[in-house]
Design a protein around this ligand. Sequence first.
Ligand code: FES
Ligand code: FE2
Length: 374
Amino acid sequence: MTTLPLPPSLAATLPGRYYTDPDLFRTEQERVFERMWFCAVRCADLDKPGAFRTVQVGRESVLVVRSRTGALNAFLNVCRHRGARLCTDEQGEVRRALQCPYHAWTYGLDGKLIAAPDLTRMPDVDRSAYSLVGVALREWLGYAWVCLADEPPSFEDTVVGAAVERLGDKAAIDHYGTEELALGKRVTYDVRANWKLIVENFMECYHCATIHPELTDVLPEFAGGYAAQYYVGHGAEFGDGVRGFTVDGGEGFGTLPDVPLEQDRRYYAITVKPTVFVNLVPDHVILHRMFPLAEDRTVVECDWLYAPEVVASGADLSRSVQLFHRVNVQDFAACERTQPAMASRAYRDGGVLVPTEHHIGIFHAWLRGRLDAA
Ligand code: FES
Ligand SMILES: [Fe+2]
């Protein structure tokens, strides 16, 4: 097949196999999810010693647990005896220790092996050599980010740096005090699409006029299709009659205390590669965490975070939550509509990006670079 050069208005996407090939997904697991900082757990979900959560990071199950000192620890969820999965529940709480259900090897919340049947009859065994395998953990925005790499990349450059690059200034995100906010609502979406379709969709607004009527009512500039959210420092402005970031443009919950005037009445979107979207609006923060589980399946956990007093007051959050919930449903339906076609002969060489989508090419170049890295 001969391919004609593209006119300058069009740029190439990735070929279809990038979204369907299990071997390529495996390479992504290895070279993207297992090497970068991965947003795993909301810290406040683990609210007492012994509270744990297990998450899939690349090919590994990672166990994040609140220790008795109050710190969060992360371990590979694998017993050092004969490899049984230590915790099979997605979340739960243990009293003082993590006990493997197979032969009862028992680990402290700091991962140290503290007991095992007959261990006292094995005086030659140095139990400190059989601690759970630790995983690097950092907290930011009220979330625990883990990294499976032996030498994790700089958290400041690769995670915090993404926000700074987008907003032009770290203070611009600090103003929302995200780590102090309370969870108002969480929705988990099981999306039958490759994680990259979700990222690409989030990065462009060419689709906004077609599928997001409620969002474009609140943010009229999105109807123009320009991904204004990607110009450094720019936040899309609320429409004239809009009073809040709600499904009908009605009143929200005011403005978070440190959000300055120039950031009020605006929406900012940040992509922290590979799997996080942060959305900032005056009265709340919406944070998406993706868990890519297969080449055609991605679980997305979306949290709506509000000032603690708003959540404590029992205020009705539904009109506030409904706006981005609808956006999510509309976006994920579009991704699911696209996924099956990635395997079609019609998409073997990929599709095209129009000028308002050209910046998605930066994501593609970044991904290719990671996949090529040894
Ligand atoms: S595999 Fe865990 S105690 Fe044996
Ligand atoms: Fe969208």
